[in-house]
Write a protein that binds this ligand. Structure first.
Ligand code: ACO
Length: 310
């Protein structure tokens, strides 16, 4: 049966078609997807914190409403992704426990602090921008539930990116102090946003297998340089600059060149030692325990409704 399953799986991958939850799949494929999708879900949930931090301080009612809606969207993304991950067999409780215990990874970017209102702009433009560049190809991931979840997530992310850009655009046309605040936010978020694409290809243990399985479509470095090319043009519209003296388009290779990133810092952040790791996890643990009554009430209600329809 296993041989038959493997042959069918290989054929589906070769045709660039989709694997669905009940299909046979190699254990490694299941494991890689559970890891990637759950890390992605955790990132969405932890990623609510830096922005939630600014909701009460947003400069107007309109900005507050937009920011609240955006943070709520991130929660929704987390939920679709946990659902997609669960179809691979690991229950949501287990995935959640991996996050709360500090065992599971989530995106490095959310371990940096959001210090000013302009950071809401930089996060939307650069962080959500990098997320889109990374996730659009994932809409074609071979695992059906993941690819389909990505379609909606990417549409919402595009909205988020534009709202971030618009915050920066307004600040860039404001007073000298506002312009300086926008530039400072870009200066702090540029390197961490580029690190979101993951380690360099030469140090990316999962990439080659994930490409063979049609989970990843492009390498980490490939997507990173593509993203740099996009923001190199967009920053001109803002009249601001990217903190990268080495940034240029290389005619020969047709690729964008950017500065070397600090991979020692990246490793420290994903190992749990970034500026906000402890604070982010602690906040999540508190939110989880404070939300216990909601989960209990929802379960009691579901049970009551199930009894009624019997
Ligand atoms: N932050 C934290 N961990 C990372 C990051 C990062 N930016 N980049 C890579 N890693 C981890 C990997 O998860 C992997 O860890 P593990 O082996 O302990 O599980 C290790 O570093 C090695 O990296 P790769 O071999 O390159 O791993 P992979 O093939 O999974 O590629 C990538 C990493 C590109 C992030 C991929 O997992 C991916 O595309 N994920 C989906 C997108 C995502 O999670 N986005 C979250 C942020 S966007 C947002 O939430 C708004």
């Amino acid at each position: 049966e296993e041989q038959e399953g493997q042959a069918r799986f290989d054929a589906v991958i070769a045709q660039d078609s989709r694997i669905e939850p009940r299909d046979w799949m190699p254990e490694g494929y299941r494991k890689t997807l559970t890891r990637q999708i759950s890390q992605h879900a955790h990132s969405e949930i932890i990623g609510m914190q830096p922005e939630a931090n600014w909701i009460t301080r947003a400069p107007s009612l309109k900005r507050k409403a937009i920011l609240m809606a955006k943070v709520q969207d991130e929660a929704g993304h987390g939920l679709y992704l946990y659902s997609a991950a669960e179809t691979l067999g690991t229950p949501r409780d287990v995935l959640n426990e991996q996050l709360l215990s500090g065992k599971a990874k989530y995106s490095s970017i959310f371990n940096y602090p959001a210090r000013s209102w302009a950071d809401m702009g930089a996060i939307g433009w650069l962080v959500d921008g990098a997320a889109i560049a990374n996730q659009v190809p994932l809409c074609r991931a071979s695992y059906g539930p993941y690819g389909r979840a990505m379609v909606r997530v990417c549409k919402e992310e595009s909205f988020h990116q534009r709202q971030g850009f618009e915050i920066l655009l307004e600040l860039a046309h404001g007073t000298e102090a506002q312009k300086k605040m926008a530039q400072d936010a870009i200066n702090r978020f540029y390197d961490p946003a580029l690190m979101m694409f993951g380690p360099p290809d030469s140090d990316s243990p999962h990439s080659s297998q994930s490409m063979l399985w049609n989970i990843k479509r492009f390498s980490n470095d490939e997507l990173r340089q593509r993203f740099v090319g996009m923001i190199a043009e967009q920053v001109k519209v803002l009249g601001l600059t990217l903190p990268d003296p080495e940034l240029r388009f290389d005619e020969e290779t047709g690729k964008w060149i950017h500065k070397e990133l600090d991979w020692v810092e990246f490793k420290a952040v994903i190992a749990g030692n970034g500026p906000c790791n402890a604070q982010r996890l602690e906040r999540r643990r508190v939110a989880h325990s404070e939300g216990a009554w909601v989960r209990e009430a929802a379960a009691a209600y579901a049970e009551k409704m199930a009894r009624k329809t019997e």
